[in-house]
Ligand binder design. Structure first.
Ligand code: MN
Length: 249
């Protein structure tokens, strides 16, 4: 049996609200990411937010890949913008850590998969910008914060031919949607490989098969995989295969 790849999941910070701990931070990750990676044959490892970015390379030692999950809005200071009226709450300490973690994982040659905030963080880490609130900034914007159950698809995406995502989903797919932000200016060296009908970026991939794999999706495959949606679980399966060093992307 092959050795299972060990994949780090960038942890988030959650504020406790029990009386005795009120205001205390907790490190967390939604468990459906853990489940999807385990089902794909990986050993997931939770990576807490660290105060000192110099420690991140050590945190990544021994890992075969990095998953950057969903979370809060990224502070626009990290892409050189002032806050617009509908920006949500941000946590710059967490952002600083996530962005440095992505850069360090890339320098270490690890495959990286970003989901929702993770996809946005990849775009920012590699030099792109975000819509702070796409509904007020993109004319004709569709409903991207669905009120239906999390595992239920709500809008279509079109996949770019020949891309990693198109090899999983085909030319089009139905995805769930829980985001009010998305990629504005794409990071250099990346391609948009999934897009909604209103033009909103739903997937990005780093160009060039010679470089380590870096991909972000704006939808939540870990939620749809919970409901046994086969292509959504396949996305994790393929990512884990790349982390195991099996095949190109
Ligand atoms: Mn969407």
């Amino acid at each position: 049996m092959r050795k299972k790849p060990k994949i780090g999941i960038a942890g988030g910070l959650l504020t406790a609200n029990e009386e005795i701990l009120a205001g205390a931070f907790r490190t967390y990750v939604n468990h459906n990411y853990v489940r999807a990676l385990e089902k794909a044959g990986a050993v997931p490892v939770l990576l807490p937010v660290l105060a000192d970015p110099d420690d991140l390379p050590a945190q990544l030692e021994g890992l075969d890949g990095l998953l950057v999950p969903g979370g809060a809005d990224i502070d626009p200071v990290f892409y050189g913008e002032q806050p617009r009226p509908r920006l949500g709450a941000t946590c710059p300490a967490s952002d600083r850590c996530t962005l440095a973690l992505i850069a360090d994982a890339d320098a270490a040659g690890l495959p990286i998969l970003g989901i929702c905030r993770g996809a946005q963080a990849i775009n920012v880490a590699f030099g792109g910008t975000l819509y702070q609130d796409q509904e007020s900034e993109i004319p004709g914007c569709l409903k991207h914060v669905q009120q239906s159950a999390r595992q239920q698809p709500s809008h279509a995406v079109t996949l770019a031919k020949g891309s990693f995502l198109a090899r999983i989903f085909g030319a089009a797919a139905q995805v769930n949607s829980f985001h009010h932000q998305s990629v504005k200016q794409l990071a250099p060296g990346f391609a948009v490989t999934a897009r909604a009908d209103d033009g909103v970026v739903e997937g990005i991939e780093r160009c060039g098969a010679q470089k380590n794999f870096v991909c972000g999706v704006q939808f939540h495959p870990e939620m749809m995989a919970e409901a046994d949606c086969v292509p959504m679980q396949t996305l994790f399966d393929r990512f884990v295969s790349l982390c195991a060093g099996e095949g190109g992307h």
